[in-house]
Design a protein around this ligand. Structure first.
Ligand code: ATP
Ligand code: MG
Length: 811
């Protein structure tokens, strides 16, 4: 056996190496920080088991995609697994149709639960047994107050509640009543089962939480077997425990429920048990993310079913032609944080374009046709022009012949009789190049009796074939076209935002979210024409119509010979602009010629990036407001670019950090002291902003430099993250020097093996039986020993070192 000294030396050395390696690569969100920490301490013996727990009461939406990506993504990253669990404890709203929709969505997004598909309703018997256990332990009681009385007894945020007169029923009486509730002896609402929390708790959720209620209702899976149903707060943590979940990740609105989660765990479970973590839900501008409201949109026929392409449901996005890869990229980009914010829809569009760029071949389609006759081209002649499916920057090959003839169609708005300055397309007497074909000159404009332009008479320059330059001619514009005789008629559906306000979840007083539904979210074009190569497209095929956007063959309404196309997204990328602002002063963009791809519709509807205040009364999203701040302070715009590119921060984080100069400065002051952008950003966004609440960042008792020092102390493992919270609380309360606070409070982590070994040995001695089990192969007990030793060390041991030492001593 090696001497203790030698062993220590070795381990410490190894430890330092490992520390350096992790610090260099550590740029993870707070959830992954937690998981890493649990891996280090062996809390779950290296296991990561997550779950996605939807209630099957509606179709999943893109917010769920964020949760799915996070939970399934974590499992993949850490070699663990993710369960799909139907959180189906509420009999009245759930349905098999929704179960299928949820399964489809997860699979379509590219994730797999394998054999781990679960239903909370399958746990009803076990949950019931847990409830009886609580009653037997005197931790739960049957309350016979009615709903209104319960509310009244609960008190308010400012006043404590009162204890129910039934709270002190005997265990026997509680058990008897609960069993009779189960047996169906009572009507709905007659009794409930409640936990004995604390009626004076500042957390209202802890004021004797409801665990079971009577509902004589048919459940879609358990039928009439049960007439009492567990509440979310009861069923959820215990379902996690039944499945052996390690990290139970939910959204921030459940933060206060965590105390119930822990209360149940403390009373019913043993370590290692699941722990709950909350992250900020996804809010996306111009969309609704509540299943209940989505249901209303569907039921009230504001849209055509759950898969209407205007909806933010996964089914809607899918039918609209969005790819799962684009949604996953979007979820990665927005990242995971604790700061609630709204995401600009332009970011989603950007991810969609980015993905389709290399997937969707380019073809020509004329959405609103205007006839063009090439007067000097022989009638009856046709020639085939070779046109590439891919632009130069996409490393793909392939082309098709496009027929050219005397009669063509071009886009109505590619011609203007009285063009504004800078219009580079066709005008009377002017020239334009037809893509892949010839330069034409507009000689004559033919109108109908009402004065509408119905046809153009043009002549072509034979020597300009296929893009050849022609001496003395400078043609600025290139437009798309189709041959009249060869084109194929199709229906095209153009989608726009479903709501007129960026945040439809927040309505003015006296209004409903339905009042903000846009009247022009769908435009159907029934006379559009596509080039003949498109006629053979299959359902679900995605194409780029040059200069128009990305389109998909609608998989529901397309018929053979009568294709229907949905516009997935326009080509113009208002997102890229954010990154460009740096090099391009704001004024330049407003006088620039509207990009050729901007069709009539989009110009009229003025998306906010073109004319922010055109829709008066539209409230702006926070991202939009921050955009405006950045438009006025190019310094901030430049920082946004730098934070997302050089520093590699998720957009959501960079957006918040650059919405305010003081905040950006604070962040950079911290960065100057400690150059780990992600760690620093996490602290600024999750802790500092949260604590600062509405107060200005400059009013804090400490500056960015102090925060930088604090984060440095965590990253170099001088202190644990728990100790860091303590230091941070003191900084908030009275400022000071983080290092000095650590010393004054004795918070340094113990990284000296000689100090830790005796503690570990005493823990092992005191738990000889468990140690024997461990040595016999029950290695899951490692977490127990590390936990005990950590407790002995007052929480101050360097967790990695501690684990290594415990392993060594147990070996
Ligand atoms: P809704 O209000 O749309 O019904 P929900 O939270 O009630 O949403 P559940 O089916 O209970 O819907 O949610 C399943 C999981 O998805 C939960 O863990 C929830 O936290 C998560 N989730 C729901 N909405 C979002 C969102 N907008 N962003 C991120 N995660 C979400
Ligand atoms: Mg819900």
């Amino acid at each position: 056996m090696v001497t203790q000294e030698k062993a220590t030396e070795k381990i410490t050395e190894k430890n330092v190496e490992k520390n350096e390696a992790t610090t260099a690569t550590e740029s993870v969100d707070f959830i992954r920080t937690v998981v890493n920490e649990d891996m280090r301490t062996g809390r779950y013996d290296g296991k990561v088991i997550t779950r996605f727990p939807p209630e099957p009461n509606g179709y999943p939406h893109i917010g769920h995609a964020k949760s799915i990506s996070l939970n399934f993504g974590l499992a993949l990253e850490y070699g663990g697994r993710c369960h799909l669990r139907m959180d189906d404890t509420n009999p009245t709203t759930e349905d098999e149709e929704y179960v299928r929709a949820l399964q489809d969505a997860v699979h379509w997004l590219g994730f797999d639960w394998g054999k781990h598909l679960y239903y909370a309703s399958d746990y009803f018997p076990q949950l019931y047994a847990f409830a009886e256990q609580l009653i037997l332990d005197g931790k739960a009681y049957v309350d016979s107050l009615n709903e209104e009385e319960i509310r009244e007894y609960r008190g308010t945020v400012t006043e404590p509640g009162r204890e129910s007169p039934y709270r002190n029923r005997s265990v026997e009486e509680n058990l008897d009543l609960f069993r009779r509730m189960r047996a169906g002896e009572f009507a709905d609402g007659a009794h409930v089962l409640r936990g004995k929390g604390d009626m004076a708790s500042p957390n209202m959720k802890m004021r004797d939480p409801l665990f079971y209620r009577i509902r004589h209702a048919h459940h879609y899976r358990t039928g009439d077997e049960w007439c009492i149903y567990p509440m979310y707060d009861f069923a959820h943590p215990l379902s996690d425990a039944i499945e052996g979940v390690t990290h139970s990740i939910c959204t921030l609105e459940f933060e206060n429920n965590r105390e119930i989660y822990n209360w149940l765990a403390d009373n019913l479970l043993e370590e290692p048990r699941p722990h709950q973590y909350e992250f900020a839900r996804l809010n996306l501008d111009y969309t609704i993310m509540s299943k209940r409201k989505l249901l209303q949109l569907v039921q009230e026929n504001h849209v055509n079913g759950w898969d209407d392409p205007r909806l933010s449901t996964i089914a809607g996005l899918r039918r609209r032609g969005v790819t799962p890869e684009a949604i996953r990229a979007f979820c990665d980009k927005i990242g995971v944080s604790k700061a609630n914010s709204r995401v600009d829809i332009a970011l989603l569009d950007h991810c969609i374009r980015d993905d389709l760029n290399t997937k969707a071949p380019r073809v020509m389609a004329v959405l609103r046709p205007l006839k063009v006759v090439i007067t000097n081209y022989p009638a009856g002649q046709t020639e085939a022009l070779e046109a590439s499916f891919w632009p130069r920057d996409v490393p793909k090959e392939g082309s098709r012949p496009v027929p050219f003839a005397r009669e063509l169609y071009i886009e109505q708005d590619d011609f203007m009789e009285n063009p504004p300055k800078g219009f580079h397309r066709l005008v009377p007497g002017g020239e334009v190049r037809l893509r892949y074909a010839y330069i034409i000159t507009c000689d004559d404009v033919i109108k109908d009796a009402a004065g509408n332009v119905v046809e153009l008479r043009c002549s072509y320059a034979p020597e300009s074939r296929g893009g050849a330059a022609v001496d003395g001619r400078k043609v600025k514009g290139t437009i798309h076209w189709v041959s009249a005789a060869h084109a194929v008629p199709v229906e095209v559906r153009l989608y726009d935002r479903l709501f007129t306000t960026s945040n439809p979840e927040e309505v003015e007083e006296g209004k409903r979210f339905q009042d903000y539904i846009s009247t022009h979210s769908l435009e159907v074009l029934s006379h559009s024409l596509v080039e003949p190569s498109v006629a053979s497209a299959n359902l679900g095929d995605r194409l780029q119509f040059e200069r128009q956007g990305y389109f998909v063959v609608d998989s529901v309404d397309s018929k053979p010979g009568a294709l229907v196309f949905n516009r997935i997204v326009e080509l113009r990328d208002s997102w890229a602009k954010v990154a460009q602002v740096e090099n391009e002063p704001a004024v330049a963009s407003s006088v620039r010629e509207p990009k050729a791809s901007a069709s009539k519709t989009t110009v009229q509807k003025s998306p906010p990036e073109a004319a922010p205040d055109s829709n008066t009364g539209n409230r702006k999203s926070r991202t939009e407001l921050r955009d405006e701040v950045r438009a006025q302070q190019p310094e901030l715009a430049a920082r946004l670019t730098r934070y997302t590119t050089e520093l590699g921060l998720p957009f959501e984080d960079a957006d918040v950090l650059t919405g305010d100069l003081d905040l950006a400065r604070f962040f950079e002051d911290a960065l100057a002291v400690h150059a780990n952008a992600k760690s620093v950003a996490n602290w600024v966004l999750n802790e500092v902003l949260r604590e600062a609440k509405e107060n200005a960042i400059t009013s804090l008792r400490f500056g960015g430099a102090q925060l930088g020092q604090l984060v440095a102390l965590i990253d170099d493992r001088t202190i644990s993250s728990t100790a860091a919270k303590e230091v941070f609380a003191e900084l908030m309360a009275q400022g000071g020097d983080p290092q000095a606070i650590v010393v004054a409070r004795g918070l340094q982590q113990v990284s000296d093996a000689a100090q830790l070994l005796p503690l570990i040995d005493s823990v092992i001695a005191a738990n000889a039986e468990k140690a024997a089990q461990y040595r016999a192969g029950k290695t899951g007990l490692l977490g127990f020993f590390v936990g005990q030793a950590m407790r002995q060390a007052g929480g101050k041991a360097n967790p990695q070192l501690l684990q290594t030492l415990v392993q060594q001593q147990l070996a």
